[in-house]
Design a protein around this ligand. Structure first.
Ligand SMILES: [Zn+2]
Length: 205
């Protein structure tokens, strides 16, 4: 007799909880008014640093170690509530189209230029980040796929996560030009509340 789907789902949930109930990761969204955006710390470490560690062997193999971790964070209006970007409802088109949201932007401030994406799953008690991808280094990339098997999944307590998203923006007093190493020279855009200049096309996208 076939097992009802509901029973299968229930079984999966019990196993999932048993595996992850003792593995609760912490996340902090911290705005300090800097141009890098709202910092994200996972288990006390900057997300950009965690990602750089994973990306460095791939970037080094390509001969461009500096593109490892070449990200910035999103600005406060896209990070904090009422934005639901970090609750898996991407603003603008900041998703890879396969259910993953961008959680890091290109360091020039234009997210699609060089984004890191992840699946954000909102459960009753937890919010889970899994399946990280650099969209320009996927399975079809001529430069070869960058894999993030060692990163996550991160399991956050939902209540703490949502409380962290209720933070406040620190007013910016100035806008600073940033140089992008991925994109084309001379294009200008304003994203995340930063004024950015795209220059120096010396690295591949
Ligand atoms: Zn860029």
């Amino acid at each position: 007799m076939p097992v009802p789907q509901r029973q299968v789902n229930r079984c999966f949930t019990l196993i999932w909880n048993a595996v992850f109930s003792h593995v609760v990761d912490t996340i902090v969204f911290r705005d300090t008014g800097e141009d890098i955006g709202v910092r994200i710390l996972i288990n006390g470490r900057e997300l950009i640093d965690l990602v750089r560690d994973v990306e460095l062997p791939f970037a080094t193999r390509e001969g461009h170690p500096k593109i490892a971790g070449a990200y910035s964070y999103f600005g406060p209006s896209f990070t904090f509530l009422p934005s639901r970007h970090f609750l898996g409802q991407p603003v603008h088109s900041w998703t890879d189209g396969e259910g993953r949201c961008y959680v890091l932007s290109c360091h020039c401030g234009i997210p699609p230029c060089w984004p890191l994406s992840t699946r954000i799953e909102v459960r009753q008690q937890e919010i889970i980040w899994s399946d990280f991808r650099q969209v320009h280094r996927g399975p079809q990339s001529a430069a070869g796929e960058w894999r993030y098997d060692g990163m996550g999944p991160f399991v956050f307590n939902r209540e703490s996560y949502e409380r962290a998203l209720a933070g406040n923006a620190v007013p910016r007093v100035r806008k600073t030009a940033r140089i992008c190493t991925h994109a084309q020279r001379g294009r200008r855009g304003i994203v995340q509340g930063f004024s950015v200049v795209r220059q120096t096309p010396n690295l591949p996208v």
